[in-house]
Every structure is written in C-alpha cells, then in structure tokens.
Design a protein around this ligand. Sequence first.
Ligand SMILES: [Zn+2]
Length: 418
Amino acid sequence: MMSEEALPNKNLRIDGTRLWRSLMEMAEIGATPKGGVCRLALSDLDKQGRDLFREWCEAAGCSVTVDPMGNMFARRPGLDPKRAPIQTGSHLDSQPTGGKFDGAYGVLAGLEVIRTLNDNGIETEAPFEVVVWTNEEGSRFAPAMIGSGVFSGTFSLEEGHGKQDKDGKTIGGELTRIGYLGTAPLGHPVGAYFEAHIEQGPILEADSKQIGIVSGVQGQIWYEITLTGQESHAGTTPMPVRRDALVGAAGLIEAVNRIGQAHNPGGCGTVGMLQVHPNSRNVIPGKVFLTVDFRHPSDQALALMDQEIRAESRAIADKHSLDLDLQKIWSFPALEFDRDCVAAVTRATTQCGYSNRAIVSGAGHDAVYLSKVAPTGMIFIPCADGISHNEIESATPEDAEAGCNVLLHAMLAMADRD
Ligand SMILES: [Zn+2]
C-alpha cells in the first residue's frame, strides 16, 4: 500500500453537478407521474436506458461490450493491459414503482469516475470497467441479481436465459428482442469490484453520517410453512375439538416477531404472506400457508433463529392439533467483504473528510455475487427517510457527490497498488 503522502491524486474530485445531471437525465427514461421510475428489466425502456449508457460511455472513450446475459462492460484501458480491471457498477432496471437512485446511482457514479479521470488526464495501471448488471431487481424475472449471478458462475447461462416473466417471456428471448444478447465471453477476471448504492434504510440519516462503509451483507433464510387442521362449521363445532389452522398461524406470526426481536441488534423476522383456506367467514380455517423471512449479520445467530422457529412451530402445531410442513426454501450466509476493499473505502472516506460509519447491508446487491469471484467492497449514501423501492426515494446531490468521490479514490487505490 502506498502511504497517503505518496498519493499523487489526493485532491482529485469528481464533478457533482455533472453526476446529478446524468442521474436526472437517466430518470427521465421510464419516469412516473409521482417522480419515480418504472424501467423493468429487458423492457423497451430498459433498452433505452442501456442505449443512453452506451452512448455516454463511448463518448467518454470507453469500449462497450455485452456478454450473453446482457451484462454491459464499459472499459477504459489501463497502462498495464495484463492487469484485471477494477470494476464498479450496479443496475439500470427498477421496480415497477421504483426510484431514481436505486441502481442507477452506482452505474452513473462509475461513469462519472471515468469522466473525471479523462478530464484530468489520469492514467491508471489497471483498466477501469463500469458494469450494468442485468435484472438485479428480480421484479420482472425472479430471482434477483441474476445477471451478476451468471457472471459469477452461481447460475448457468441456460438457467439465466430460461427465467420467465408472468407472461411466459424468457430472459433469453427478451435479450434477443432488445438487441442485448451479446457475444463477449461470459465471466472474466476482475481485480476488485466496488459498488456505490443508496442505503435503502434509515441508519445513515438517523446517525447524520454521509458515507456508509459497508462491512458485509447480512445472512438470510426463507421458509414456507403450511399448517393443516380441519375445516368445519363455525357455529356447530365446539371450541375444545377445533383444529383451527389460523389460530396456529397467529401464534407463529407472533413467534417470528419475537425471535427477530430477541436477536437484536441485527435480527429481523417477517411473515410477509399469509394464505387462509377456505377464507370464508363462517368456516374454521382448515389450512394456512405462510412465508417467513429471517435475516441476521451473524450466521451463528441465524442458526439459532432457525432452531427456534423449528421448535416453536412444532410446539404450536402440537398445541392446536395441526399438521406442520416447514420448508427452508432459500438461504444465503452472511457475507464479509474483502478486507483490502473495505480498507480502501475507509481510507478514501477519511481522505475526503466525510462523516462515516460502518454498516451491514440489509439488502442483497450484485456485490454479493461479485464477492465470489473478486475482492469486493460497497459504499452507501443516505436516502431520505430510509425509503427505497418507492417513487419518492430521494438522495441529495451533496451525498451523491460524496459517495462518488469515495468510489473514485477507492478504485484508484486498488488500480495502482503493486
Ligand atoms: Zn439496487
């Protein structure tokens, strides 16, 4: 590592006004009446957003390639062509009622870094690459983060291409239709990956901090639970002999909340979906399906939460004479980002003089999959009231500029290290 005094570009800063202008221009594509963005993955609007990104990158002297998953790579060459690129990026697709910053901020912050290097005639040892990952949101095509998932080898290209939207249209078909089924080789070495993103939570704002130095991403488990009792007449079935699946579900919802609370700080427990059968006012509910979402930054705590929900649901089923079917359908372990990348973000933040704190990401990002193939780090900036996946999602020009300056210096540090 170079000492701070030796950093030749210590006082270099990005152009915050230009970054903000680009963010606002991109947000016009798919703009919604309430000030948000609807740019679903691989829609015509997504194509327009991609085209604009390509145009801007080519104007900045980058070569733009596209891989067979539609991931776009804008490359600024380095002095040493043998070095793997220092990457940054995020996504341009949005939720149906999404905001202007989720994803687009990380992409356009990367572009602003390139423009700043150009303005100042700065050459780097390693090439720089700005990436647009396909279908991060998982809104049109499930699951989320599929473009970076295929790039990192977590999913095969066939799996990626085969994912369907609710009308039966596939990712492969839609990539072809909008002209983004590329031919660049799938997956290539990455020297380091940084992603700048809005926090999508309230912590930075509440703590009056401008930069979140992301240490990792919390672990997550999803369950599907079915409780089965017996449907019968609400007027003629005596209370002591009832097998009411909804009463069991009520206990389970309470237990999930209690387990989440008990593992604080850090724990989250949510029942977000409930289906009651037959859902009729004068029938005792015979069957309830519900989902559970558990999260925690510590795998150990998450394992305890897993044990607790299994024991609680068993006890609840027994108490109400219900059959229990509990399936763990998906999980990913807690993730710690690369030490050098986190250190580079920390140094860049202090060097620029921004208030900051360490933070664990509550949401998944493309950085999760990139961390499987490259040293990875993330930078968060605050968003108003912690609200995201919403048209009112908002960030300030000052914070957007600060996060981009941190990105610039973190990337420079990794590009020029020996
Ligand atoms: Zn995002």
